[in-house]
Design a protein around this ligand. Structure first.
Ligand code: FMN
Length: 143
């Protein structure tokens, strides 16, 4: 049985692009082995992470619990959790959203400001945004 989980968090002060690269490398290894797919978005201006995980209920739960306890971020908020019939992010063991290609008008479509702030909008809106980013090829690194 498949589930999809979406959360937001705030990056710890020391986290920069190198740390995000390291997180992605480890994530791809673990997620591939666990049959988990998804996308990670790191907004360096707002210092916010937005991540979606899809896969079996048990592996997603195990990985999420590990992520929540990671000192590289805090204020982890569960935005959405649902059982799903099919994956939306099956192409990435952990894809990375290319923020430089993020069109401000896309942010405005789902939010009252052009700043990525998953804490301020509904989980559904953040999920819709991620789906559009995938559709507009703004996500890199396939499985
Ligand atoms: C924002 C963020 C996202 C992460 N995403 C994943 C992930 O998708 N999969 C994963 O296995 N670990 C992820 N991690 C890393 C885990 O918290 C943990 O450090 C890692 O899985 C431990 O791997 P290790 O035991 O091989 O060192 C993430 C960490 C952060 C801070």
């Amino acid at each position: 049985m498949l589930v999809r989980l979406l959360y937001a968090s705030r990056a710890a002060d020391e986290v920069g692009n190198d740390a995000v690269g390291a997180i992605l490398n480890v994530s791809r290894q673990h997620n591939q082995a666990a049959g988990v797919t998804g996308v990670l978005c790191f907004c360096s201006n707002a210092r916010v992470f937005l991540q979606v995980l899809e896969g079996g209920r048990q592996p997603v739960s195990t990985i999420y619990n590990r992520i929540v306890n990671d000192a590289r971020h805090r204020d982890v908020v569960l935005l959405s959790y649902e059982e799903i019939a099919e994956r939306s992010f099956s192409g990435w063991s952990m894809g990375q959203v290319n923020m430089s290609r993020l069109n401000p008008s896309l942010l405005l479509k789902y939010s009252d400001s052009a700043i990525l702030d998953p804490y301020a909008v509904a989980g559904k809106a953040s999920l819709a945004l991620l789906n559009e980013l995938v559709a507009t090829a703004s996500v890199s690194s396939k499985v």
